[in-house]
Design a protein around this ligand. Structure first.
Ligand code: COA
Ligand code: MG
Length: 292
């Protein structure tokens, strides 16, 4: 998944527009973009939208961001949307593997009630939105086969930390958020799931978005969340492996195929070893997979 576009669940117009945005995934939002007195209307709208969208082909991967486990809203969210068979839920304010096990149990009950196969609905966790969460990012491995990806957030975290800002004057994340980003990346790799980069909220600044996509791809993120349709083509472009990168990966795979017993080989004057081979294989697999 390269691009995941947030859409407030109470806006039918934006939901329709999002379907045509070219995003690999849509995140129908019941959490922060929905005011408390609009939650019920948003749930109904989300369920109606999903029921129709799930049956469309081709279609983006469909997620719903529910409210967090510590709110008294999540059960009603799940009751409203499970029967509409979203591909995955996004769990905000997750605090490690225990949160995933908790949501997994809630989902198993709904799946049984709706006649869905156990494990049908996957989970993408936002792993860095509370201070406590930062200390638990290493605990996602093995929590549930539903876990598909980890992503991270700086907005809620900065409020919790009591910070005045989360970016510097040039728009780059400050230290506490760079730590959160790195922990997300390492937690996802440890759990063997995708890492997805956080949103770039200044949607008029395509230059800044490009820079952040390039840095995220370089560091190992598989994709990035978006808040506006204009961000989608940029994210798709920058997270699609270039022909040059694919050719280089293929050359590494070929070099090891010709020297199957070698731990390291020389390629164009540079040493490549087994970790390079694994990375090359992952890149080729990602490129061969369907976008979502
Ligand atoms: N999904 C689908 N369509 C969107 C969209 C989104 N996330 N954001 C904007 N659009 C649509 C608008 O409805 C508008 O449609 P129109 O041309 O048919 O009127 C068009 O794209 C251009 O939008 P624009 O005028 O540039 O922005 P806006 O002022 O309408 O909306 C936001 C700005 C930030 C409110 C909007 O982008 C948004 O709702 N983003 C998602 C917010 C969210 O989910 N946040 C939670 C996660 S952090
Ligand atoms: Mg939030």
């Amino acid at each position: 998944m390269r691009s995941l576009l947030f859409v407030p669940a109470d806006s039918g117009k934006k939901l329709d527009k999002a379907m045509a945005s070219g995003a690999d995934a849509l995140i129908v939002d019941l959490e922060d973009s929905i005011a408390l007195d609009r939650k019920e209307a948003a749930r109904k709208n989300a369920a109606a939208f999903l029921a129709e969208a799930v049956a469309t082909a081709p279609r983006p991967y469909l997620l719903v961001r529910v409210n967090g486990l510590k709110t008294d809203l999540i059960d009603a969210d799940l009751d409203a949307v499970a029967a509409a068979k979203p591909d995955a839920l996004m769990l905000p304010k997750a605090e490690g593997g225990a949160s995933i096990i908790h949501l997994d149990a809630k989902l198993a009950v709904r799946e049984a009630l709706c006649g869905l196969p156990d494990g049908h609905i996957k989970i993408v966790a936002i792993a860095t939105e509370t201070a406590a969460a930062l200390f638990r990012v290493g605990s996602y491995a093995g929590a549930s086969a539903r876990l598909l990806a980890l992503t991270w957030g700086a907005e809620d975290l900065s409020v919790e930390l009591g910070a005045e800002a989360n970016r510097d004057a040039q728009g780059r994340f400050l230290d506490p958020y760079r730590l959160a980003r790195t922990l997300c990346l390492a937690g996802a790799a440890a759990a063997e799931v995708m890492a997805i980069d956080t949103v770039y909220v200044d949607f008029a600044d395509s230059h800044g978005l490009r820079r952040e996509c390039e840095e995220a791809r370089r560091d190992g993120f598989a994709g990035k969340m978006a808040i506006h349709p204009a961000q989608v083509p940029i994210i798709n472009e920058l997270f699609t492996p270039s022909l040059k990168a694919l050719a280089q990966a293929q050359a590494i795979v070929d070099a090891f195929a010709q020297n199957p017993a070698a731990g390291a080989v020389g390629l164009n004057g540079v040493m490549v070893d087994r970790p390079h081979l694994n990375r090359a294989k992952r890149l080729l697999q990602r490129a061969a997979a369907k976008p979502r």
